[in-house]
Design a protein. Sequence first.
Length: 90
Amino acid sequence: MPSREIWKFTLPVRAEPTMLAMPVEARVLSVQTQRDEVRLWALVDPEEDREERRFLVVATGQAFDPNGKIYLGTVQTGGGVRVFHVWEIE
């Protein structure tokens, strides 16, 4: 079995989706905040080719279409003042 690593990615909070170049078949493990930034951790095979994957960070109360998106988790920034919901776009 090939060796696996856990990689960390930063998801900026913005209106449009974020594109991340991730190894093929990367498996999202968790979304949390670290140093008040939204982070995503994934289990990857570092030898795999990269593919572009799209993620969306949605604020509580923000209108958006959940169709074609997979919910990954909820995070808080600013000591809980701001709450965001992380989705992967299929």
